[in-house]
Design a protein around this ligand. Structure first.
Ligand code: SF4
Length: 428
């Protein structure tokens, strides 16, 4: 291998992004230089994804492409895709490192001490893998991983098999990481995890997420905090009280619904009813002055019929939801849903997803319109765009540098390169 040069690619979720960024920082500290694209002789590191068939395919294709460019012996693949189908990566001749060794990957790379090549050990057999993306030239907001793994066992989800049981970054370490990012200038830090609402349950004394947030907000009075996805049934009163009282906790909750039909929710193994979910959304809308409430919907689980789809649609129409993320069901090997009968046709799934996406777009536009004329606090993300605390995309003329935080008056609705947003006029 040439002069300790590496490129690093990650696919999939924010947790993968945060892990990749932390790995890049560790390699840099060990004297490696990051390059945007690998050439022959450079090391190419790939953190793969397996959440859908398409993400798995893209991950394998990326491994193949990197192997062509850098040589297979110079490609190191890890992450959920490798954990789910190591054989496919081994067949490409690339070096595989299981998730259990991801926390040590920088040292493994530096010493070229590759683990024995074969099926990886269980994903949670090693230490907690840190994940932290500092704000930089291309990104104004920081990303901090505080939780990994899940054992909820939803029927369609492969993640428990690829990341293992839930594990938390201990409170003191999480607060120290938050403080470090704040001192480096982060104006917003997004806390992320695979099952964030389970943060703390594996730690001594079982601290809850609200406690972590309070400790972070007390540790440094500058950055605002945003939470990534949280299960509706794990939102505790203390968290709602904190969100209502603390202006630095962004009034933005992303609550996976998946289905608005109780029979489908039960088949999914989701531990709540449509009515319980609706109550949480309404309670949040009542408790917070003006929240942004997003939802995920999974379309086309085997057994989802037209009536179940209507139930989902009608529930979402009735709720104060600000945007929707709609995902067609993707069968994942080894999950219970693969064995379930009654999978809707691709055509039906496409139609249902289109209907839900149209509803999501209408809700999002209505949400953005409700912000016009308001004063929003925006963190600049680059490319003349920023994010308000309530997650509106805001265009900013004269492009202030990424990472700055400023007050803007929200003007007209505008189509930005990243979707609908608002024109923002900085105010003193
Ligand atoms: S809660 Fe369900 S969908 Fe989310 S990671 Fe865990 S098993 Fe997967």
């Amino acid at each position: 291998m040439s002069a300790k040069r590496f490129c690093l690619h990650s696919l999939g979720c924010k947790v993968n992004q945060a892990e990749a960024a932390h790995l890049a920082d560790e390699l840099t500290a060990l004297g490696w230089t990051r390059v945007p694209e690998a050439r022959r002789g450079d090391l190419a590191v790939l953190l793969t994804c397996a959440v859908t068939a398409s993400a798995s395919r893209q991950s394998r294709q990326m491994a193949r492409r990197l192997a062509r460019v850098a040589g297979p012996e110079s490609v190191v693949a890890s992450g959920c895709g490798v954990q789910a189908e190591a054989q496919a990566y081994l067949a490409e001749g690339v070096i595989v490192v299981g998730r259990a060794e991801l926390a040590q990957l920088a040292r493994i790379i530096d010493r070229q001490a590759w683990p024995e090549q074969g099926p990886p050990p269980p994903p949670d057999a090693g230490a907690f893998c840190m994940g932290a993306l500092q704000p930089g030239e291309l990104r104004g907001r920081g990303l901090l991983k505080v939780q990994d793994g899940c054992n909820a066992g939803c029927a369609y989800c492969i993640v428990p098999a690829t990341r293992g049981r839930p594990r938390s970054l201990p409170l003191a370490q999480a607060v120290a990481a938050f403080r470090g990012m704040a001192q480096a200038g982060a104006q917003e830090i997004v806390l992320t995890g695979i099952h964030l609402g389970r943060w703390g349950l594996d730690l001594a004394g079982k601290p809850r997420l609200a406690e972590l947030l309070e400790a972070m907000l007390a540790a440094d009075d500058r950055p605002r905090l945003r939470l990534s996805s949280l299960e509706s049934h794990e939102i505790e009163p203390r968290l709602v009280q904190l969100a209502a009282a603390e202006p630095r906790l962004c009034p933005h909750f992303h609550l996976p619904l998946q289905s608005g039909d109780d029979r489908v929710l039960k088949a999914m193994g989701r531990p709540y009813s449509a009515a319980q979910y609706a109550q949480v959304v309404r309670d949040l809308a009542a408790a917070l002055p003006s929240p942004c409430l997003g939802a995920d919907v999974l379309v086309g689980l085997p057994g989802e019929d037209h009536a179940a789809h209507r139930q989902t649609l009608e529930l979402l129409e009735s709720l104060p939801i600000s945007y929707l993320h709609v995902f067609p069901y993707s069968p994942r090997p080894g999950t219970r849903a693969v064995e379930m009968p009654g999978r809707p046709s691709g055509h039906e799934v496409g139609q249902r997803a289109a209907v839900l996406r149209r509803l999501g777009q209408a809700k999002h536009l209505a949400f953005l319109r409700s912000r016009i004329g308001r004063r929003l606090e925006v963190v600049v993300e680059g490319g003349g765009l920023g994010r308000s605390a309530d997650y509106c995309l805001v265009t900013l003329e004269h492009g202030p540098p990424p990472g700055e935080r400023l007050s803007v008056l929200a003007g007209e609705l505008i189509e930005t390169p990243r979707g609908p947003g608002l024109r923002g006029q900085p105010v003193a």
